[in-house]
Ligand binder design. Structure first.
Ligand code: SAM
Length: 292
């Protein structure tokens, strides 16, 4: 059997609410494969019924994923192609599939993404928060202590922060965000692509207030997005100490560029801001000025 006779694993994105979001390519491939590996076969059966398709299915969820690898690999080796789908959106994104895809890739199998809906991308695309850099964190921990700890670790990050959340925990999570991130600007995307799709803006406390006033705002599925931390300029109380660190680095013969990179890494703030500071320190000590 040549390589071209081997089957392909198609990683197929499915709708996160609106069935019209299934791509024609995804619909065609779901009808062409020999087998669909589905997070919940009953859930995917509804999608197949909608498409008028009858395709054999095998469940693949977090509890049986490692045990399924061998069986699916054998099918690919026999020349059968397989579609991997989750209940909604893109498989592997806070959904099963990573164990399978990694194992099959290690075995040199052909794996083809069939892109489509993904809640975090849909949410970011309409939120009006910076998207040049963002940090997707999936679901925050379920317990408040661990959740606050994770939020504290993220509080200084300048990228837009993106979280998934369920209706059971949305209020508790917003309360923890209020406690840790304070007045930070949030955008809450709810029920994307569905009839009650809503985007709410404001601090976590303000969003909780909206839910208090209108409990429907706490129903459904959520993507929480938080503006990144403001860039900290090196002008706070630690600045004298910071100057001393920079001066010591420069005195040791470290270049302005390197010294500012080290300062930014140790003390926060941008390399650019530290560069300007290091340069002025160097000038104040009567030394030459380094250029970019
Ligand atoms: N694989 C999916 C994707 O590509 O987005 C995510 C699956 S994860 C188990 C489910 C979570 O995604 C939900 O709890 C919610 O946070 C988010 N989500 C999924 N569909 C959504 C929708 N229609 N509106 C808002 N959030 C959604």
């Amino acid at each position: 059997m040549s390589d071209t006779d081997l089957g392909t694993l198609y990683v197929v994105a499915t709708p996160i609410g609106n069935l019209e979001d299934l791509s024609p390519r995804a619909a065609r491939l779901l009808g062409e494969v020999a087998l669909i590996a589905a997070e919940d076969t009953r859930h995917t059966a509804r999608l197949l019924r909608h498409l008028g398709l009858k395709v054999p299915m095998l469940s693949l969820h977090e509890h049986n994923e490692p045990a399924r690898v061998e069986r699916l690999d054998e099918r690919l080796a026999r020349g059968d192609s397989i579609a991997l789908v989750s209940d909604a959106g893109t498989p592997l994104i806070s959904d099963p599939g990573f164990v399978l895809v990694r194992a099959l890739r290690e075995r040199g199998r052909r794996i083809v993404p069939v892109p489509g809906p993904c809640a975090l991308v849909a949410a970011l695309s309409a939120a009006g928060l910076p998207t040049d850099r963002f940090l997707f964190q999936g679901f925050l921990p379920a317990r408040t202590g661990a959740r606050r700890q994770r939020l504290e670790q993220l509080a200084g990050r300048q990228e837009t922060l993106v979280f998934y959340e369920s209706p059971h925990r949305i209020r508790d999570t917003l309360a923890d965000i209020a406690a840790v991130l304070g007045e930070r600007h949030l955008v809450l995307a709810r029920e994307l692509t569905k009839s009650f799709e809503t985007f709410l803006d404001g601090s976590a406390a303000a969003l909780l207030g909206r839910m208090e006033a209108d409990p429907d705002q706490a129903r459904g599925e959520f993507v929480i997005m938080a503006a990144g931390a403001e860039e900290r300029e090196p002008t706070d109380a630690a600045s004298l100490e910071a100057d001393a660190v920079l001066a010591a680095l420069l005195a040791e013969g470290v270049g302005v560029k390197q010294a500012s990179a080290v300062a930014a890494r140790l003390l926060g703030g941008t390399k650019k801001a530290w560069y300007a500071r290091a340069q002025s320190l160097k000038e104040a000590h009567g030394e030459g000025v380094e250029r970019h």
